[in-house]
Write a protein that binds this ligand. Structure first.
Ligand SMILES: [Zn+2]
Length: 288
């Protein structure tokens, strides 16, 4: 079975992207795995700090590792947006396959320093763990938004600059890089998402020479996602759209099973709907 590093390298060769989907409940995790299995594509299940707190750090690792072993299938576990060294360390020690140190709100030098500290820790942990760094603030909340998150600006001057990206990647030693290129965390409730700056993605990718990760891809058009992947994005994060889908499917299932009380019976159709939603995204990411 491929490792996460090999899966990313393979995606890079093929010019496609791996899907990253967040979970904080069992039905979503099952849907992530089932979709990937049917699609025969490696997949990343991720948990933010909030999601990790709810599921449990070692519990999440045990669940994903067990699915991987039992089914001999490349499903990987990522510590999405870790805001401190301690949070990164906790996930690495628990057996996560990759970690994201999110210093996007810090000044560049401080972000580099903190990210390097995480890279150094991971290098000496005795396993091959992938480290992702972020530069450029895109908000923090995976939810429906009334407006662009406070502190986020979508103009050429505010997006991640090519020179800063190059410096950040070179000095921090990360494996993956997440820029701000018009993407935002969360999804605008009443208007279209900003367009992605495809040219900026291309230029950053050429400068940093490592695979890029697109966060906050919920709400971006299929066409924008396909172009971003063509420009060098190798992992795409979907959280908000999956959460909305879960809530909608759950409400429908509760209504349709109003006399039922067994969770596994009520949730069975929810898993199926979530799986189909994830498959529709994998189709784009795999250029099909
Ligand atoms: Zn993110």
């Amino acid at each position: 079975m491929v490792t996460l590093r090999e899966a990313i390298e393979l995606s890079d060769k093929k010019g496609i992207a791996i899907g990253h989907f967040n979970f904080s409940n069992l039905e979503t995790l099952h849907a992530i795995f089932q979709a990937a299995k049917e699609f025969e594509a490696p997949i990343i299940a991720g948990l933010s700090e909030g999601e990790r707190k709810f599921v449990g750090v070692s519990e999440a690792a045990a669940l994903v590792h067990k699915i991987r072993e039992e089914h001999n299938f490349p499903i990987f576990l990522n510590a999405d947006h870790s805001y401190s060294f301690e949070s990164v360390k906790e996930a690495v020690d628990a057996g996560f396959d990759s970690v994201i140190f999110d210093g996007a709100k810090l000044p560049l030098e401080e972000n580099i320093e903190m990210t390097s500290k995480c890279v150094q820790y991971v290098k000496n942990c005795g396993r091959d763990v992938i480290v992702e760094g972020e530069l450029g603030y895109i908000g923090t909340s995976s939810t429906l938004l009334e407006k662009i998150p406070e502190g986020v600006k979508i103009d050429s001057e505010s997006l991640t600059k090519v020179e800063d990206a190059k410096k950040f990647v070179l000095q921090s030693g990360v494996d993956l890089f997440a820029p701000a290129v018009g993407n935002i965390h969360g999804m605008l409730a009443h208007e279209k998402e900003p367009d992605l700056d495809i040219e900026r993605i291309k230029k950053i990718r050429q400068a940093v020479k490592i695979p890029l990760v697109l966060h906050g891809a919920s709400g971006n058009s299929d066409d924008d996602l396909r172009q971003a992947i063509e420009a060098g994005v190798r992992i795409v994060h979907i959280n908000t759209e999956l959460r909305l889908e879960w809530k909608k499917d759950l409400a429908k299932a509760l209504e349709e099973h109003d006399k039922e009380v067994a969770p596994y019976k009520i949730l069975e159709p929810v898993v199926e709907e979530l799986r189909d939603f994830i498959k529709s995204k994998l189709k784009i990411f795999n250029n099909k």
